[in-house]
Structures are given as structure tokens and as C-alpha cells.
Design a binder for this molecule. Structure first.
Ligand SMILES: Cc1cc2nc3c(=O)[nH]c(=O)nc-3n(C[C@H](O)[C@H](O)[C@H](O)COP(=O)(O)OP(=O)(O)OC[C@H]3O[C@@H](n4cnc5c(N)ncnc54)[C@H](O)[C@@H]3O)c2cc1C
Length: 403
């Protein structure tokens, strides 16, 4: 039965994340964002502390060192809370957590798991990234949901006589790419593009964080591969057929939601403190109406995200007709990205002149929301929705890359 009432365990995780985010992350958010030196923007103490609280590992089964909370709804609850504290810091935990489940538990071979799981568990600063996007090739928005068979990546892997592989090429924009200790790198082989498990310590790997307008705390990196050797047996197997509970879309939407919630909370606070035109500005009717619209859109986004998460974990609900078959995760991603960008802009208007002053949180939220709008894949998500509505599959154009 379709039921998204939260369990006691889910509420416990949400509350733990809220306490950590509000008491430890949020007080540091503005100072971190304004720090000009990239290295000093890495929140080492928060990353360590958050890992010790379990925010990197909670999605793993108990026998694998986690808390067994592998469902997507719990991840969305935790993501919203952490991002309401500080978006970039939340990214480190949440993408790594979901990928630990997808890669280590659901996809790795027993040998790969035996090698990577202990490393992942023993190191509080073990984060991961996925490297698909490349500079100067035609692997952009069209390839965000699936890498088509006809793709020809510029980054190449060449098999050696001993079964190891040598990778050469370049990637860019990878989230958490600078700090990642495990990278899944899509590289071209004679049998098509394959996902290689590459360790961050590999000789020949050069990484550089990209300067960004928003989400300045979590890094996005350029990554160069100069004869990077990957041992034999390190191609990540594909997702098991038929599993719907793989992927990060609802979690990313929930991260955006957390940012939006923080923006609404700060705006609500400010409009109840600032007096202008003879009264608290919240008492001006137009201000109240704007706040109401912000709150409605945020709640609509939350409902869509929770539905998307729940359905990912309960494919039987689609099969038995309890829930209608809709592209919920694409709807959640696209709607939240657009709604939160709009919401932060409404917030900045309600702050008046103070809205554009550096050091006011709303100004950071506007910049962060632009990054989240991009990462909500506004066009491809909508293509997917249109395909589902009309019952067709859009033909991905043949790759015209640089080979
Ligand atoms: C913050 C951030 C995090 C990222 N994280 C990662 C990561 O972890 N790993 C990774 O590999 N990559 C990552 N990326 C890269 C991301 O996947 C690409 O930026 C994205 O796929 C878009 O590609 P592009 O930038 O080349 O844009 P392009 O594809 O060049 O698009 C440019 C413009 O053209 C439009 N456009 C493109 N194709 C079409 C089409 N078919 N129809 C209509 N309009 C179209 C787009 O909508 C857009 O407006 C990240 C990027 C950012 C900014």
C-alpha cells in the first residue's frame, strides 16, 4: 500500500541529521562560503564528524558496517536536513553514501568488494565521485541519464598484456572529484565505454577544483589522466537487471529542497524582524502572499521527492497499480530545481537592499540555487517526462565527438 508516513527509525535519522546540521554545520556555513582560499574551504572537521555520526555509511547493510537504512526516502530526509545546514558539505556525504550502496553492495564483484569496503569503512575521509563528462566532447546533457552504446569518449582505456588497463584523457565538473578516494571513470575501450574503479592515489591522476559562483564549499574538479594504471579486474559490473532502487536523483532533489528550506526559514525570520512602512514587513499583504507561495512550492517539491523515493523502493506498487506509473524522479528533480531557484529569488526580493549584501545568507542561497538548477538537468528531465507522457523514446543523436 502506498504509505509515506515516516517510521520511527526514519524520524530518528532525520532528527540526528537536523541536530548535526543546525548545531555544527550551519554556524560555519557563511564563513566557509566566503573563504577565498580553496583549501581552507574544505570542512575537514565537519566531514570527519559527520562520518563518525554515520552520514557516509548509514545506507549500507549492518553486515557491511552500515545502519541498514538503504531506502531512498531515508536518504532524502537526511539530505534535506544536511543541506539545510550547508549545501556543499551535505554533498560530500550524500552522494558518497548512495554510491556506497549502489557500487559496493549492489554492483561490485566479491573481489572488488573485499578490496574496497574495508578501505571505505576505515577512513572517515573516504569520498567518491563519478567521472563521465569531458571537456571538448559532445558528452553533455544528452548523456546524463544513460550512456548510449554509440558514445565514443575521448578518455581511453587500453588493456595491457597482464590484464591491467592504462587510462589517458580528461574529465571535468566532477562533484567531490578533488577529494574523492574512489572514482568511477567512464572510459572508452574497443568494446564500448566501461566504468573503471580508479583509486584517488593512482600515479598520473591530476585534479584541480574549478572556481564556482555557488556551492563553493563542495568541490567540482577537472581531472586529468596521464597513463593512469588500473589493476586487472577493476571494471564495475552493470546494475543488476530489474532493480529500481539504484541512482541518486531523489537524493539530489532533496539536497536542493534543503537549500530551499533554509532560504525560506531565513526569509521568514528576516520579514518578522524588519520594520518598514510602519510595520513588520511580513504584515504587508504582498510579502505574506509571496512567503505563502514559497512555502507551497517547497511543500509540493517535498511531496514529489518523497513519492519518487518511495516508488524507487517499492516497484511492486507500480506493478499492482497502487501507484500510477509516472516519471516521478524526473518530475521531482526538474520541479525542485526550478522551484528552489525561484524561491531564493523571491527571498532576495523580500530582503530588500540587504538581500544583495555579501554575508547575508540569502545571497549565498541564490548562488547555490543556480548550481542546483543546472544539476536538476532542466531540459533532459523534461524530455524524460515528455517521453513518458507520449509513450515514445527520444532518439539520442549519434555521437559526434572528437576521436
Ligand atoms: C555543479 C555540477 C556538478 C557536476 N557533477 C558532475 C559529476 O559528478 N560527474 C560528471 O561526470 N559530470 C558532472 N557535471 C557535468 C554535467 O553532467 C554537465 O555539465 C551536463 O551534463 C551538461 O553538459 P554541458 O555542460 O556540456 O552542457 P551542454 O550539453 O553543452 O549544454 C549547453 C546548453 O545546450 C542545451 N542542450 C544541450 N543538448 C540539448 C538538446 N539535445 N536539446 C536541447 N537543448 C540542449 C542545454 O540545455 C544547455 O542549455 C557537473 C556539472 C556541474 C555544473
Amino acid at each position: 500500500m502506498f504509505d509515506i508516513r515516516l517510521s520511527e527509525e526514519q524520524r530518528e535519522f532525520r532528527d540526528l541529521a537536523r541536530k548535526f546540521a543546525q548545531e555544527e554545520i550551519k554556524p560555519k556555513a557563511m564563513a566557509l562560503d566566503r573563504e577565498p582560499d580553496w583549501e581552507k574551504r574544505i570542512p575537514w572537521d565537519l566531514l570527519k564528524r559527520g562520518s563518525q555520526l554515520g552520514f557516509r555509511t548509514f545506507v549500507l547493510q549492518e553486515e557491511n558496517g552500515g545502519s541498514g537504512m538503504s531506502d531512498h526516502l531515508t536518504s532524502c530526509l537526511v539530505a534535506e536536513e544536511l543541506a539545510a545546514g550547508e549545501l556543499g558539505t551535505a554533498y560530500y556525504f550524500m552522494l558518497t553514501a548512495r554510491r556506497a550502496r549502489d557500487w559496493i553492495e549492489l554492483r561490485m564483484t566479491p573481489e572488488q568488494k573485499a578490496y574496497f569496503l574495508p578501505k571505505f569503512l576505515d577512513d572517515d575521509l573516504y569520498f567518491t565521485t563519478v567521472a563521465i563528462h569531458e571537456p571538448d566532447t559532445d558528452v553533455g546533457f544528452d548523456y546524463f541519464t544513460e550512456t548510449p552504446d554509440n558514445v565514443r569518449l575521448k578518455t581511453r582505456a587500453v588493456e595491457q598484456p597482464d590484464g591491467s588497463w592504462i587510462i589517458n584523457g580528461a574529465k571535468n565538473f566532477q562533484t567531490v572529484g578533488y577529494l574523492a578516494k574512489l572514482l568511477v571513470v567512464m572510459a572508452q575501450t574497443p568494446d564500448g565505454a566501461k566504468p573503471f574503479l580508479v583509486e584517488g592515489s593512482s600515479p598520473g591522476l591530476v585534479r584541480r577544483p574549478l572556481p564556482k559562483m555557488g556551492r563553493r564549499v563542495g568541490d567540482n574538479a577537472e581531472i586529468f589522466f596521464d597513463d593512469v594504471r588500473v589493476p586487472k579486474g577493476r571494471i564495475l559490473p552493470p546494475s543488476p537487471k530489474g532493480r529500481t532502487d539504484i541512482g541518486t536523483h531523489p537524493t539530489i532533489a532533496a539536497l536542493t529542497l534543503g537549500l530551499g528550506r533554509a532560504a525560506l526559514e531565513e526569509t521568514l525570520k528576516y520579514t518578522q524582524e524588519r520594520v518598514s512602512g510602519g510595520k513588520l514587513i511580513i504584515k504587508h499583504q504582498a510579502v505574506g502572499l509571496t512567503l505563502a507561495e514559497m512555502a507551497m512550492n517547497l511543500e509540493a517539491a517535498r511531496r514529489l521527492i518523497w513519492t519518487a523515493a518511495w516508488v524507487k523502493d517499492h516497484p511492486e506498487a507500480i506493478e499492482d497499480g497502487t501507484v500510477e506509473n509516472r516519471p516521478y524522479e524526473h518530475m521531482a528533480t526538474a520541479f525542485t530545481g526550478t522551484a528552489v531557484q525561484r524561491l531564493t529569488e523571491q527571498g532576495v526580493e523580500l530582503f530588500g537592499g540587504m538581500g544583495i549584501v555579501q554575508g547575508m545568507p540569502i545571497e549565498k542561497y541564490v548562488r547555490d540555487a543556480h548550481i542546483q538548477k543546472h544539476i536538476s538537468f532542466p531540459f533532459p528531465s523534461r524530455f524524460k517526462i515528455a517521453e513518458a507522457l507520449a509513450g515514445f523514446k527520444r532518439k539520442v543523436p549519434p555521437f559526434v565527438g572528437v576521436n
